[in-house]
Design a protein around this ligand. Structure first.
Ligand code: SF4
Length: 295
């Protein structure tokens, strides 16, 4: 591999290209500038990084000439909890705390677990391509997590129908990413969460209840349906779609209380929690070795 490869800030370049495409010229200039700074820190003797930086400098000149026609679209966002953090906190508040403040103490996932993740992603991709083709994948398109919400919002505000993968919504300082979000021409929103499983497990309901509460806050009456997609069996790749909207609606108030409780865990010291069955349920905690050392 060329020795300058690590000096290419792919995420900033991707974001700058997207910002140029949709007319947010300030954002494009900011991120081309970041990419140039990184390229300029290269000390080797290859000319490719210099050529690339020159190209971006030229882009910035062109963008500066039309900056007065630009719009601020890709706003930087931050959040306190993600869906994954919520699920971990629901299992054990110490798990949530350690996951935020002591990441290096995590035990890496086993090969088996990684294979399960891969299988899940493969099923997810299959459902998307077959049932909801030609969507825009926010993760692939944007590059920087902090801009996912803004770009999702931009797409949702377009007049035509949109199919969005990894649609990212932040409300109440919580980030959720929906596997598939369809914005219909009449503005109605349908959301689909894909699980590589045949059973509607309790942990899936917790996951969906959070997503529903956040999406409901964002879309209110425009939220038309909130669905889970489950496998029919493990032999075929067929699936079923279940609309859980009315069940999830009943849990909204409880979820909102839980969000506040989990946010307050992150403002305090490490919780003192004894180990027990909850360390393995619904998922094996990544901090078992850490907690065992402390016992
Ligand atoms: S090992 Fe158990 S007690 Fe420790 S953080 Fe994980 S779930 Fe909580």
């Amino acid at each position: 591999m060329d020795d300058y490869f690590n000096y290419i800030d792919h995420n900033s370049i991707k974001l700058a290209e997207l910002a140029t495409e949709i007319g947010d010229y300030s954002c494009a200039i900011e991120h081309y500038s970041k990419a140039i700074d990184r390229l300029h820190s290269y000390q080797g003797d290859r000319t490719a990084p210099i050529a690339m930086a020159s190209r971006f400098i030229q882009q910035i000149k062109e963008l500066n000439s039309k900056i007065s026609f630009g719009k601020e679209i890709l706003k930087y966002d931050s959040w306190k909890l993600s869906k994954t953090a919520f699920i971990k906190g629901n299992q054990c508040i110490k798990y949530l705390y350690l996951d935020k403040f002591k990441k290096t103490e995590r035990t890496p996932f086993s090969k088996e677990k990684e294979n399960l993740f891969k299988e899940g992603h493969s099923f997810e991709a299959w459902v998307r391509e077959t049932e909801f083709p030609d969507g825009i994948n926010i993760k692939d398109k944007v590059g920087h997590f902090a801009y996912f919400n803004a770009y999702t919002n931009y797409l949702i505000n377009q007049a035509q129908k949109q199919i969005i993968y990894e649609a990212s919504i932040i409300e109440n300082e919580v980030l959720v990413m929906c596997d598939i979000l369809i914005k219909q021409e009449n503005g109605h929103i349908d959301i689909y969460e894909i699980k590589n499983n045949t059973a509607l497990k309790d942990v899936f309901k917790t996951d969906l209840a959070l997503q529903y509460a956040i999406c409901k806050k964002r879309f209110n009456d425009k939220l038309n349906s909130f669905n889970i997609i489950l496998r029919n069996d493990y032999e075929s790749r067929n699936w079923k779609i279940i609309d859980l909207s009315s069940d999830l609606e009943k849990q909204t108030a409880e979820v909102n209380l839980k969000i506040e409780a989990l946010k307050s865990v992150l403002k305090n010291n490490e919780p003192q929690i004894d180990m027990g069955l909850h360390c393995y349920n619904p998922y094996q905690c990544e901090f078992i070795e850490y907690c065992q050392k402390k016992c």
